[in-house]
Write a protein that binds this ligand. Sequence first.
Ligand code: FMN
Length: 183
Amino acid sequence: MTKVAVFVGSLRRESLNRQFALALARLAEPKGLAFSLAKLDDLPMYNEDLWESPPAAVLRMKAEIQAADAVLFVTPEYNRSIPAVIKNALDWGSRPAGQAAWPGKPAGIVGASPGAIGTAAAQSHLRSIATVFGLALVSRPEIYLSAKPGLFDAEHNVTDEGTRKLLDGYLDAFAAWIRKVGS
Ligand SMILES: Cc1cc2nc3c(=O)[nH]c(=O)nc-3n(C[C@H](O)[C@H](O)[C@H](O)COP(=O)(O)O)c2cc1C
């Protein structure tokens, strides 16, 4: 199985993006992609001083990135950008200098919101900084999910046929991208 570390940018229990990530995990498994959601709720805010005695949560997260064949960001949109949870994880993973965990990792970006633009602005911001981290981003298809209530059921199935096909297509492209650029 190809290992994908998944970074969900919302910490709340009923997070739409968490539900989205779990639904993607379910669709991905038969394609040979094993999704694993990174634990981000115990990461401290980035502070250079903490490297003197690195927090276990930071070392765990960096190890998860390093062990993964690819990473996937499932981001909400906060005030037309990405939430601090995602930026904080990116920053921790980028240090210490010369020991970044991100460079060369095949990566994808998706996101869901209840609103009409489906995180397009947040994803655009994330794409524009992804190059700084050396992530090898899959460029298409783009997934801007405007999620209506009931789109995901309790077993993490996608209830709408058209959306499921769209996500299947995304996962096929992501898997092909990982095979192409992954080492
Ligand atoms: C601080 C904050 C800012 C938000 N800004 C936006 C926004 O710019 N665009 C948008 O579509 N939704 C915005 N929302 C609404 C989120 O899309 C919505 O709360 C979504 O459910 C959050 O993702 P989650 O369900 O995974 O927690 C914002 C929500 C919060 C809490």
